[in-house]
Design a binder for this molecule. Structure first.
Ligand SMILES: Cc1cc2nc3c(=O)[nH]c(=O)nc-3n(C[C@H](O)[C@H](O)[C@H](O)COP(=O)(O)OP(=O)(O)OC[C@H]3O[C@@H](n4cnc5c(N)ncnc54)[C@H](O)[C@@H]3O)c2cc1C
Length: 418
């Protein structure tokens, strides 16, 4: 492994940095693999890494239609937390958070995981009651959680507008001190580099166009670079999941929506935590470069277009300014969108599909970046052991048949409301 360390950096500096090897790619696509992973986002790359590292399965190819980490991994607002109410979601995200805490050392790649805290604002007595219930449930499961009063919020975040005459006055907040952010590109590159080092083959600009299926069992995929046979195929393509399921001949209980995010011009450090506004939705954090990263709800229509309308930008910005009025004259610099895949109960879909040997990891909507390490870990174990990892088992597709759904949002079978 080409280790990154201060000594190695110094040694390469003396050689004009000409001796570094490429971190991934460069090997030819073979005709056959034990496992093919479709989608080179954080989830697919993490799965390949843990397959090789934890289970010794290295005859693996990742095929990515664009560039590595160019899907939702590149487009998300990078917020990480485990403050969930339902046991299956809370345990999964907490396992992920623990993996995040050691990830830079594990990958020998700085993923810039920053535990700057996550503040979820309450704007009514009802929301405070809900957050108190969530905090109690989290603590009961061994997850850190605090309820902040308005006075504690003022001390923690002096710039926050706590005026009682504002349109949606703040009543308090749910606070998770271990929550925070990580650098999205570094996560993709870190997993890719480590997986490649362990023998995994990675192919960019290689589009899966169809599946080879014989007698109800997966036999491989047809890609834009030719056919590849495989015993197991894992599809990890986020917003495009329903399109690939259709190619395999089944439907998934989810809908896809564009969702936007945007950044401001860079500022000196002004917001030292992640803050979430809960009358409708708006969230904000500040990158190490100084840009304010902001996002809100889905676009009000289904689709696979990674583009959104001005209405959403306007309404998110209005909420951000309600929280932090001093930002009203800051300019937005860039906007973009990703495609969120949201199941009927708002929780992910993990594991076996109606086609034997064809697995899906999807349904993460606009909340799956935080799950990247655990999704990789549990999907790798599911493939290696031939049965669902205990943390992934509650999210099987069959839960819709068996009536065991996990409705974190409590809004029923309406994906757009989750
Ligand atoms: C605007 C926005 C904000 C978000 N904010 C947060 C947040 O703050 N916190 C959080 O936890 N989550 C957030 N998310 C969600 C998070 O980004 C995703 O859940 C997560 O990144 C999904 O990772 P992935 O690897 O499954 O998907 P992706 O990163 O999308 O990777 C899937 C890959 O599959 C490839 N692909 C598609 N079709 C094919 C094909 N036919 N053949 C080969 N490859 C194919 C795509 O090109 C893509 O690179 C947000 C999402 C968006 C869009």
């Amino acid at each position: 492994m080409q280790r990154y360390s201060i000594l190695n950096l110094a040694r390469h500096a003396f050689q004009g940095h000409r001796g570094w090897r490429r971190n991934f790619g460069g090997r030819p696509l073979r005709k056959s693999y034990d496992v093919v992973i479709v989608g080179g986002g954080g989830h697919g790359l993490a799965t390949a890494y843990y397959l090789a590292k934890e289970h010794g399965i290295t005859n693996v190819a990742i095929v990515e239609k664009g560039w590595l980490g160019g899907g939702n991994t590149a487009r998300n607002t990078t917020m990480i937390r485990s403050d969930y109410l339902t046991p299956a979601n809370a345990d999964f995200k907490e396992f992920s958070l623990k993996l995040w805490e050691g990830l830079s050392a594990e990958l020998n790649f700085n993923v810039m995981f920053s535990q700057r805290g996550y503040i979820d604002l309450a704007h009514s007595d009802g929301q405070m009651e809900h957050f108190t219930r969530r905090a109690n449930t989290m603590r009961h499961r061994g997850i850190d959680a605090d309820i902040l009063s308005v006075g504690q919020l003022a001390a923690r975040l002096p710039e926050l507008n706590l005026s009682t005459s504002s349109r949606y006055p703040v009543h308090g907040a749910l606070y998770q001190a271990r929550g925070g952010t990580a650098r999205h590109d570094a996560v993709a590159w870190g997993y890719a580099r480590a997986a490649h080092d362990l023998g995994v083959d990675i192919f960019e600009h290689c589009d899966v166009q169809d599946f080879q299926i014989h007698k109800g069992r997966i036999a491989g995929v047809n890609t834009s670079q030719g056919p590849v046979t495989a015993n197991i195929v894992l599809v990890s393509v986020a917003g495009h999941s329903s399109l690939l399921a259709a190619k395999a001949g089944f439907t998934l209980p989810l809908e896809s929506f564009p969702v936007q995010a945007f950044v401001s011009e860079p500022l000196k450090p002004v917001i030292n935590t992640v803050v979430n506004f809960n009358m409708e939705l708006a969230y904000i954090n500040q990158t190490d470069k100084g840009e304010l990263v902001m996002g809100g709800g889905l676009e009000p229509r289904n689709g696979y277009l990674s583009r959104g309308g001005f209405e959403r930008i306007e309404d998110v910005v209005a909420r951000i300014i309600a929280m932090f009025p001093f930002l009203s004259r800051v300019r937005l610099m860039r906007t973009w969108a990703g495609i969120a895949d949201i199941p009927m109960d708002g929780s992910p879909l993990l594991g076996q599909t109606p086609i034997d040997g064809l697995l899906f990891n999807c349904g993460w909507g606009y909340a799956g970046f935080k799950a990247t390490p655990a999704a990789g870990w549990t999907m790798a174990a599911t493939i290696a052991d031939g049965r669902p990892h205990p943390l992934a088992a509650p999210f099987a597709l069959s839960r819709f048949r068996d009536g065991e759904t996990h409705d974190e949002g409590g809004v029923g079978p309406t994906p757009s409301l989750h």
